[in-house]
Design a protein. Structure first.
Ligand code: CA
Length: 237
């Protein structure tokens, strides 16, 4: 039975979401306050969090940021109000897996919930076990990574970007291709989002992030992941 935590303060939204998700067979917990929602998320295991942005005592963004900082990799779907484009980008960069804009149809929400839960289950990939990328050993199915013996925090989205590069290793992947294949649904995100994720991944993968040897920039084309280090010293090729 998949467990969903809803952090949302509007009573009508709480009821509507809970009733419909329970009808679909999910076990639902509701919190109406940001701080209490975060505590519940840190304490109990969930398969998905549906997180409102505007909440009493702590915003949805802060809940997300603090949960990720504490190593919580649970998929998060954010609820945003119409027109909060910047909020969407911020949410995704903080490690949200999806967002849905109010008002939304329940049919759409349920479809998104199913999609996020499916992605969270290792996406049925035949590739199993950890792989080595630069300095990082990463297990895509468990969203777990380490550098030497040290655990490295990865958000689900960072894992997905890295996994996409890994599945297309030794090939140039364009920013648009990454946006389409990893985020999938959005025309409001810019390729800057991709660049920011690449910068963060380099901090984790590269021995010297200022001089990438594994995640290479291919000027005018995109990025390329290679598994044996690019040996040429000097600036980002
Ligand atoms: Ca609210």
């Amino acid at each position: 039975m998949e467990r969903i935590l809803i952090i949302e303060d509007e009573p009508s939204m709480q009821t509507g979401l809970r009733d419909n998700l329970e009808l679909e067979g999910y076990t639902v917990t509701i919190e109406g306050d940001g701080r209490e929602g975060l505590e519940t998320l840190l304490k109990d295991p969930f398969d998905l969090v549906i997180l409102d942005v505007m909440l009493p005592s702590m915003s949805g963004f802060d809940v997300l940021k603090r949960a990720r900082a504490r190593g919580i990799a649970t998929p998060v779907m954010m609820l945003t109000a119409r027109g909060e484009e910047i909020d969407k980008v911020l949410g995704l960069e903080l490690g949200a897996d999806d967002y849905i804009t109010k008002p939304f149809s329940l049919r759409e929400l349920l479809a998104r919930v199913k999609a996020v839960l499916r992605r969270g289950q290792g996406s049925g990939s035949s590739e199993s076990g950890p792989v080595e990328i630069g300095m990082l050993t990463v297990d895509f199915s468990g969203y777990a990574a380490r550098r030497g013996e040290m655990p490295v925090e990865m958000t689900p989205k960072e894992c997905e970007v890295l996994k996409h590069l890994w599945e297309h290793r030794n090939q140039t992947v364009s920013r648009d291709q990454l946006l389409t294949d990893v985020w999938g649904y959005d025309d409001t995100l810019s390729t800057r989002t991709v660049d920011n994720f690449i910068l963060r991944l380099r901090q984790k993968v590269e021995p010297d992030p200022a001089h990438p040897r594994y995640i290479l920039t291919i000027h005018g084309a995109g990025y390329k992941l290679i598994l044996s280090p690019h040996t040429q010293a000097g600036p980002d090729p």
